[in-house]
Design a protein around this ligand. Structure first.
Ligand code: SAM
Length: 286
């Protein structure tokens, strides 16, 4: 097997010179040749897409993302497949596992939590597989931020409150201090900042925002295990949420949402349902 970084570099180089023809041949919902990288959704098996469900039901091997893929989903839809957790496995182990099964004629599915395009590290696996001659493709899923906003009964964008959404993560092992942009997103004011991979560091993240001079009353919601049976919602502000999350004892598996939109208040009716849609050209931004 080619060394994974060499495979990634080679696939990337190829992409710079020639667009993959499959981009123009397939829609996102199409079943395609190869190993699908499927978004399992946030946890509740009902939030897996129909396309994803059909693929896992037909699979012989499902390689899943461990604790953030609900075992109920695996029990319900993957009863006929061998299921293997990717936790603790590096690319050197994962790639031959999926390649060999695929080459033996098995239907293989790679199941990521939420949507594989958000903090999924999917493309590196796909490139390494493609380099080994195994075709791959994405099947989207419901990302945690969308489940969390549904739980909170709000929108991430809200007229006159939030015009933008940032999917981000805090500084730590992967991001240096100067790559952490949470403070800049909050500074913009009309952004809902969705912090992934930051449950263990809510207190530190809020302290940094306070040190940067942000309003301690800015609303923050933390949704633990959105859509799971043990889902929990902690609401507070930049000034209070750190202590509340520490008291609850959550160190992983929660989404932190910062900004006025998390409260679902203070917005104004939009142009869309204010006669605007029936004026002009009939075109609408939905
Ligand atoms: C490696 S990232 C994967 C994100 C995933 N690809 C997605 O689209 O939701 C894992 C992080 O996603 C967030 N997360 C995933 N599932 C969640 C859920 N059901 N509820 C709250 N946060 C979740 C947490 O912040 C967790 O640390």
């Amino acid at each position: 097997m080619t060394e994974p970084q060499d495979a990634i570099d080679a696939e990337g180089d190829e992409r710079t010179t020639e667009r993959d023809p499959r981009v123009h041949e397939h829609n996102a919902g199409d079943q395609q040749e190869g190993i699908p990288f499927v978004g399992a959704g946030p946890g509740d098996p009902k939030l897996l897409t129909v396309a994803g469900k059909e693929l896992v039901e037909d699979a012989d091997l499902v390689v899943h993302a461990g604790s953030l893929v609900n075992s109920e989903l695996l029990d319900e839809y993957c009863a006929d497949a061998e299921t293997v957790s990717s936790i603790g496995k590096d690319l050197e182990e994962l790639i031959p596992l999926m390649r060999d099964a695929y080459e033996d004629g098995d239907d293989v599915v790679r199941l990521h939590s939420g949507d594989p395009a958000i903090y999924g590290a999917a493309l590196e696996q796909m490139d390494a597989l493609e380099h080994e001659g195994v075709p791959t493709y994405f099947v989207p899923g419901v990302t945690a931020a969308f489940a969390a906003s549904a739980t909170l009964r709000t929108q991430l964008t809200l007229n006159e409150v939030s015009n933008h959404v940032a999917f981000t993560r805090p500084q730590g092992k992967t991001l240096d201090e100067d790559e952490d942009h949470i403070s800049e997103f909050v500074e913009m004011g009309d952004v809902t900042t969705c912090v992934y991979l930051g449950t263990h560091a809510v207190g530190e993240t809020m302290d940094r925002l306070l040190d940067a001079g942000h309003d301690p009353d800015t609303p923050v919601a933390v949704v633990y295990h959105a859509s799971w049976p043990d889902e929990d919602v902690i609401e507070g502000t930049i000034g209070t949420i750190g202590e509340k999350v520490a008291d609850a004892g959550y160190r992983a598996s929660a989404l932190v949402l910062i900004g006025e939109a998390v409260t679902g208040t203070g917005y104004e009716r939009s142009y869309l349902y204010d006669g605007w849609a029936n004026r002009g050209s009939g075109e609408a931004d939905d």
